[in-house]
Design a protein around this ligand. Structure first.
Ligand SMILES: C[S@@+](CC[C@H](N)C(=O)[O-])C[C@H]1O[C@@H](n2cnc3c(N)ncnc32)[C@H](O)[C@@H]1O
Length: 234
């Protein structure tokens, strides 16, 4: 399988995202495994596991799986998990820790048919960061899901967190490692989408939004994320 070639992490585009994750694979793995990201520990890890388990899946595709924590958590519930990510170092870390089958692939590779199996659930946990790469992935989703399968996406909440100082419209943003200790290099840029844009992405790709969950952080009283649960209708 091919992978996208790194550009520079400073470029505000899909290649910049991949370049940044190549550079930050090691500190990211450390930070996730040490539980250094407070919102994950307190709210979002449990929220995404509950969202996936609510579908009672036999098989799950973990899209942009990183070092594989979610695959391991789901495998521990008896689910057959396939994880994919564009960064070889992250996939190798996931493979070493076990719990699923992992492969190196970019979202463009999925769109090109790199994975032929179909899954009860495809889940993307804070991994849909780009613009065209995400559009391509959504277009591929109907061919990756079983009949009645679901696509579940956890992302920064468009109004509670993700907007920041910017106007409320789609566009590229610079990333930050603020609040996460570690020996990080340049953070990945990311593409902000309004709530309306997210819902259009699902609808325009044969996916019916069933639910939007907004898990609230007990400390701040604000949503820590948005979780979209959509069923494949194509
Ligand atoms: C914030 S991390 C989340 C990792 C994991 N889902 C988790 O919950 O810890 C984002 C992940 O998306 C992956 N990613 C970003 N763009 C990608 C692309 N175009 N193809 C494949 N993986 C991609 C990165 O390599 C990184 O592992």
């Amino acid at each position: 399988m091919t992978s996208v070639h790194p550009a520079t992490p400073k470029s505000l585009d899909d290649e910049g995202i991949v370049a940044a994750w190549h550079q930050n694979a090691r500190p990211w793995t450390q930070a996730v495994r040490d539980g250094r990201i407070e919102s994950r520990r307190t709210v979002t890890d449990r929220a995404i596991i509950e969202a996936v388990m609510s579908r009672q899946p036999g098989s799950v595709l973990d899209i942009g799986c990183g070092e594989g924590w979610l695959a391991r958590a789901l495998a521990a519930q008896g689910i057959s998990v396939t994880g994919m990510d564009v960064v070889p170092e992250l996939v190798e870390a996931a493979q070493r820790a076990g719990g699923g089958t992992f492969c190196i692939a970019a979202y463009a590779d999925l769109a090109a048919g790199a994975i032929l199996n179909r899954f009860d659930v495809a889940v993307a946990n804070f991994s849909l960061l780009g613009d065209t790469s995400v559009d391509e992935l959504f277009a591929a989703m109907p061919q990756l899901l079983s009949v009645g399968g679901a696509f579940i996406v956890q992302t920064l909440h468009p109004t509670a967190i993700a907007r920041g100082e910017h106007p409320y419209r789609d566009g590229w943003r610079e990333g930050t490692w603020a609040g996460i200790e570690g020996d990080f290099k340049d953070p990945a840029p990311w593409y902000f989408r309004t709530l309306g844009s997210w819902t259009r992405l699902f609808r325009n790709n044969g996916l019916q939004l069933l639910e939007i969950r907004e898990p609230v952080h007990p400390g701040t009283g604000s949503p820590a994320s948005a979780i979209f649960i959509a069923a494949c209708t194509a």
